[in-house]
Design a protein around this ligand. Structure first.
Ligand SMILES: [Zn+2]
Length: 471
């Protein structure tokens, strides 16, 4: 008998962690951190729901925190198996986990200062830098797409990955195992799947349904809606930059360090090449994490689209163009505030909750000459959300700052497939069973309904946290 149990991203978007119990092996598909509102983040401190000592391996689909962020917890609690992932995912997960440990430590110290005086006991951070460094020793099997890995000879248990087209190195995972009568069965886990037609990563590979797919575990972030088209979003972005340049002002772009930063650099580079943006306008890449991640795109360029790979191999990186300024230190970052415009600044964090973007906002959000271009999702309760919701003033570092900048919100840069692509993917996979994960309840149930219409003979499940199914 084979089973799957859902220990995260079940009825919610974050915390992906699915346990496969196969004949002689127990495997996790991802081990991600819960992120978002307080009640969701508290789930990180609860029991994982299984004994980490009994897990033989983790197959990691990609390096986003909501897919790899509980690995240090797993290791701390006794996991001693292997972690499998693509070559870029290992390097990305290392940077993302170290950055997260740093943020957790900062938050802990801040809370300790504030709350200890009020007699409140502050919980230790979920994990430390040391936990992360120790966990990295378990990332001992990395691979290319299509490379088969044998997990157990006795039970003919194998897996391989294909390109998910979501971020650099992101993978769909195919696990081949023996059914109850020894017949070949296949499980396909999409991880997070891209929308296609992006400038850097490839389109997602079509599902490989030979042998037939017995179980499909599919994400549903955008299960109930479509994005604005990517091309239209690029046009909107370029128009926003162009109108800011006419004002000779500063363009602030709060960026997510992974994939979005590189896409924005790619588009700014194109504007410069074609003369739509003057070559001497400085573009500051002002986020240590984004700088390190951008270097990984060069290291792992064979995981990018062919023309990007060739450009990088020919030393014509799309991320390096006239006027690009790599801003490593905090002092250099502060100095940008006093430079005259026009200038363009890319800085984290993407939702403006921390990082270097905050001091730029403090210095520039109140100026008419500033343009703020928002290129990513802004969660409820974040500074970014307050600004797009039209606040006249915001608090930054305890100071009231007027919002006078021009604000542009561009919605079509998402790295997730929209509804139409998710349904088409499920249809092409044509599985016996579908498990819908990684979505808010409405997104998941809409997708369930639509896949049901497209595949009337398929059994469809929307698993709850901790729910176990035979596969
Ligand atoms: Zn992701």
């Amino acid at each position: 008998m084979a089973y799957i149990t859902f220990h995260g991203a079940a009825g919610t978007v974050t915390g992906s962690c699915h346990l496969l119990q196969l004949k002689d092996r127990q495997l996790l598909l991802d081990c991600g951190q819960f992120q978002g509102p307080w009640e969701i983040e508290q789930l990180n401190y609860k029991s994982l729901g299984f004994d980490p000592k009994e897990i033989d391996g983790v197959i990691l689909s990609h390096g986003h925190l909501d897919h790899c962020g509980r690995i240090p917890v797993l290791v701390e609690q006794g996991f001693s198996g292997r972690i499998y992932c693509t070559h870029p995912t290992k390097d990305i997960a290392r940077l993302i986990l170290l950055d997260s440990a740093y943020v957790l430590k900062e938050e802990f110290m801040w809370k300790q200062r504030k709350l200890t005086r009020a007699g409140v006991q502050v919980k230790n951070p979920l994990y430390s830098m040391e936990n992360v460094y120790y966990s990295l020793d378990f990332f001992n099997k990395t691979m290319n797409y299509g490379e088969s890995v044998e997990l157990s000879k006795d039970s003919r248990l194998m897996f391989h990955t294909k390109d998910a087209g979501h971020i650099l190195g992101s993978a769909q995972v195919y696990v081949d195992y023996a059914g109850p009568d020894g017949e070949k069965r296949r499980l396909l886990y999409t991880g997070d799947i891209g929308d296609g037609d992006r400038p850097i990563v490839n389109n997602p590979d079509a599902p490989e349904a030979n042998p037939a797919i017995h179980a499909l575990v599919i994400e549903s972030t955008y299960g109930d809606r479509e994005h604005k088209s990517y091309e239209d979003s690029v046009v909107e972005f370029e128009e926003a930059v162009a109108s800011a340049m006419k004002k000779n002002g500063t363009v602030l772009i709060p960026t997510f360090a992974l994939e979005r930063t590189q896409e924005i650099l790619y588009h700014l580079g194109n504007m410069k090449k074609s003369g739509r943006l003057a070559k001497d306008i400085p573009v500051f890449l002002n986020s240590p994490l984004a700088i390190d991640i951008t270097r990984l795109y060069t290291k792992h360029c064979n995981f990018c689209q062919k023309d990007i790979m060739n450009e990088i191999k020919d030393k014509r990186s799309p991320f390096v163009f006239p006027g690009i300024r790599i801003t490593e230190t905090a002092e250099e970052s502060m100095a940008i505030n006093s430079l005259p415009g026009p200038k363009i600044i890319l800085a984290g964090s993407g939702m403006m909750t921390g990082g270097r973007i905050k001091h730029h906002l403090k210095h520039m959000l109140w100026k008419d000459s500033t343009t703020l271009i928002i290129v990513g999702f802004q969660a409820e309760g974040t500074l970014g959300r307050k600004i797009i919701d039209g606040a006249d003033t915001v608090k930054i570092f305890g100071e009231t700052i007027a919002v006078r900048a021009d604000i542009y919100t561009i919605n079509g840069f998402s790295a997730h497939a929209g509804r139409r692509h998710l349904i088409a993917f499920a249809k092409a996979a044509s599985p016996k069973n579908v498990f819908i994960v990684h979505g808010e309840p409405k997104s998941s149930s809409d997708l369930a309904e639509n896949i049901g219409k497209a595949l009337p003979n398929t059994r469809i499940f929307e698993p709850k946290m901790g729910e176990k199914f035979e596969i």
